[in-house]
Design a protein around this ligand. Sequence first.
Ligand SMILES: C=CC1=C(C)/C(=C/C2=[NH+]C(=C\c3[nH]c(/C=C4\NC(=O)[C@@H](C)\C4=C/C)c(C)c3CCC(=O)O)/C(CCC(=O)O)=C2C)NC1=O
Length: 325
Amino acid sequence: MTGGDDFLTPAHLGGPPVDTDNCAREPIHIPGAVQPHGALLVLRADDERAVQVSANSEAFVGVAPDALLGQHLADLVGDQGAAALRAAFAQAGPSAMTLTFRNGRTYDVTARRDGELLLMELEPPDVRAGTPALYHAIRDALGALEHAPDLHALLDVAAQRVRALTGLDRVMIYRFAADDSGEVVAEARAPHLHAFLGHRFPESDIPRQARALYVQHLLRFTADAGGGQVPLVPALNPVTNAPLQMGALVLRATSPVHLQYLRNMGVIASMSVSIVQDGRLWGLIACHHGAAHVVPQATRDACEFLGRVLSLQITAKRDAAVNAR
Ligand SMILES: C=CC1=C(C)/C(=C/C2=[NH+]C(=C\c3[nH]c(/C=C4\NC(=O)[C@@H](C)\C4=C/C)c(C)c3CCC(=O)O)/C(CCC(=O)O)=C2C)NC1=O
C-alpha cells in the first residue's frame, strides 16, 4: 500500500478529519504515530544511524529524540546487540529478539529492514516467551485444529484455543460474505458477556483499505483504545522524504475512527488475525478485551501461527467436502 490519490492526506500532515463518508480512504498505513506501550526506532541502513524515532524514546532508551537522532546502532545496544540486529535485518521478514539497551533496560524487539530503513519496535519483555507452557499450548492447539471433524468444529476449536492462549475476554471467528459484510460464525467468550455469535455486520465496519492491508499483514493489535498515540519525530522520514510506511508494524497507531468504534462497544484492547484463502481475506480471528492489555510478542506470534494453520485447515476441510460429494 502506498499513499497515492486514493487515500486522504494523513491528519497529522494537515489532512481532513475522517468521518463515515471518507473513512474508506483513511491512510491507516501511514498514521505517523505509534501506540504508547512501545517505542519505535528507525535507522538509515547505509550508516546504521537513527533518522526517525517515536517521541517517547527517552522513557524507553533514556535518550530524548533530539539527542537520539544521529546516534549509531552500537551506541544504543552495544557491539553484541548490534551484531544480533544486523543478522536480523538481513532476514526477509521481521525477527523477534530480546535486547538490553545501553541504559540497562531490556525490551522485546521486533526488527526488520524495509528498503533503505532499519526498523526496531520496542516493547516491555514478555515473561512467558520461550516457556514450556507456551509451547505446550501451541502444540495442543495444533492437534485440536488438525483433528476437528468439520469446518464448524474447526472454527469453534480455533476460537476456544486462541482464547485459552491469550486469556482475552472474547475471541470470535468473523467470516466475510461475498459483499464483504461479515458474520460471527464462532465465539469463545467470558460467561458474563452477551453473545455476538450469529450477528452480522456491514462491509463498512472493516473498510476496503483495512481489508487490503490485512491480506498483506496478518496481525494487528490495539493495547488501549483510550491510550492515545505517540508521534514520530520528525513527522516525515528524512531518508524517503515521505511518511513512514507502518502497515507491517505491530506498534502502528490504530485508526481513531476504529478506536471510537471499539470504545462504543466497551472494548479497550483488540487484536485480529487474518484468515486468508486464495489471496482473499476469508475472515478474521477477532479478539476483544474489556481493559487495556498488551498481548506479548511471543503470544501474538503464536496466534499468527495458529491463524496460518487455521487458513490451511479451512482449505483442507473445504477440499474434503468437495471430494466427498
Ligand atoms: C463483532 C464484530 C466486529 C466487527 C464488525 C469489527 C470490526 C473491525 N473493524 C476493524 C478495523 C477498522 N474499521 C475501520 C473503520 C470503520 N469501522 C466502522 O464501523 C466505521 C465507522 C468505519 C469508518 C467509517 C478502520 C479504519 C479500521 C482499521 C483499523 C486499523 O487497522 O488501524 C477491525 C480490525 C482491527 C481490530 O482487530 O480491532 C475489526 C475487527 N470488530 C468486531 O469485533
